[in-house]
Design a protein around this ligand. Structure first.
Ligand code: PLP
Length: 405
């Protein structure tokens, strides 16, 4: 089966020159570029409607509400949730984790309970739990990874003591590309009586994410990492749990009735969406989902796999390059350092050649500490990249090494 992937021309950002070169975008793990259909959907909302949702009886508001709720249904379909009541719009992955952390601290988690995360996590899946540790008396434990950057499953299993009430981990490491055995880890957590939160920020644009198949209790992702707008994201939660949990944020729209004495909260999902939401973002996200649902995921995975394997093979031929993280299963992302070249300097020199890469700690400083490096250079691939992009980046490495030789 040979399925045509979207063309570079579908992405207006790729039509620009950077320092005289065609832009090569190897920073999709940071944010993906937006296809025309997403840009058009956001533009149309602001041009033709731009009314608030769930409030007025006038036609523009009813149209905006219908479009916003259609977006929720698209998100439900994309994640294969059972019901739209399980889909909460957030501002992104970070926001979703913070929202959940606040709500859990008011509802399910008690002082003395423990939360288990892994050594691979993005700061967004570390710091909110440290806040619960510091302000709510919850313990925070870290499941170690191996020298290759894989989860140590035996240690993970051993860490599942009875006080662990929540296990939160990323499906795909943004810093080194490790694919975690999500289903297996969810099963281990559930067998030990813990709830599970999957950080799917990196996974959603690269592999199918089906909350029922994964069996997780909560899942978060960001629109901008799956071809959608910034400032919009999803929190999936099992309906029974979301019903049980108190809201994290309060105000308009999340209530049924208010007196000065008492407020009755709204039903799901409104209970978790206080105030005017990111309507344009939700509509743009629905367009992004539509874009993604029209491409079989196996075609995306196969394409990114081919680029990654080629890049890894070529990088390994360069003696001055050292890969950081060599996990058993790796997709879309490769991290490396170059002898005598600081990653930030390398990042600027790649930019001189029109190649956008990420150089830094990737919001995963504990992981950098594990590998004993302050930072790495990261190439991340998406469906709009091709072998020519990889070759251009490889030529750039040769030039950078000459500058520092
Ligand atoms: N988790 C992972 C694995 C990520 O890669 C990122 C962003 O890079 C985040 C969380 C935070 O996402 P956002 O900045 O969209 O909230």
């Amino acid at each position: 089966m040979n399925i045509a992937l979207p063309l570079k021309t579908d992405f207006p950002a790729l039509q620009q020159k950077i320092k005289g070169h065609d832009l090569v975008w190897l920073d999709s793990a940071s944010t993906t570029l937006k296809p025309k259909s997403v840009i058009t959907a956001v533009h149309q909302y602001y041009t033709h409607c731009s009314a608030n949702v769930h409030r007025s009886v006038h036609t523009p508001s009813e149209e905006a509400t219908a479009a916003y709720e259609r977006s929720r249904e698209m998100a439900r379909k994309f994640l294969n949730a059972r019901s739209t009541t399980e889909i909460i719009f957030t501002a992104g992955t970070t926001d979703g984790i913070n929202l959940l952390a606040t709500s859990l601290s008011r509802g399910i988690l008690k002082p003395g309970n423990a939360i288990l995360i892994t050594q691979l996590e993005h700061h967004a899946n570390i710091v909110p739990w440290q806040m619960l540790r510091d302000y709510h008396g919850v313990n925070l434990r870290i499941a170690p990874i191996t020298a290759t950057g894989d989860i140590d499953l035996d240690a993970f299993r051993a860490a599942m003591t009875p006080d662990v009430k929540l296990v939160a981990f990323s499906a795909l490491s943004n810093a080194i590309g490790t694919v975690l055995p999500v289903q297996q880890m969810v099963r281990i957590a559930h067998e030990a009586g813990a709830l599970t939160l999957i950080d799917a920020a990196q996974a959603v644009a690269t592999m199918p994410v089906d909350v029922q198949a994964l069996g997780c209790d909560f899942l978060v992702c960001s629109g901008h990492k799956m071809f959608g707008p910034t400032g919009i994201g999803l929190l999936y939660g099992r309906e029974t749990l979301l019903d049980e949990l108190p809201p994290a944020r309060t105000g308009g729209d999340m209530i049924k009735s208010v007196t000065f004495e008492k407020t009755v909260f709204n039903d799901l999902p409104a209970k978790f969406e206080a105030g005017t939401p990111n309507i344009a973002g939700a509509i743009g996200l629905a367009a992004a989902i539509d874009f993604l649902l029209n491409i079989p995921f196996e075609a995306i995975t196969r394409h990114e796999e081919a680029l990654l394997q080629y890049a890894i093979m070529k990088l390994q031929e360069i003696p001055a390059v050292r890969r950081i993280g060599t996990p058993q299963k790796q997709v879309s992302i490769v991290s490396f350092v170059m002898e005598n070249v600081h990653p930030h300097d390398a990042g600027s020199l790649f930019d001189d050649d029109g190649i956008a890469v990420r150089a830094g700690h990737h919001c995963a400083q504990p992981l950098m500490q594990h590998f004993n490096v302050p930072a790495t250079i990261r190439w991340s691939f998406s469906l709009y990249n091709d072998m020519h992009d990889v070759n251009r980046a490889l030529e750039s490495i040769e030039r950078i090494l000459k500058v520092f030789s």
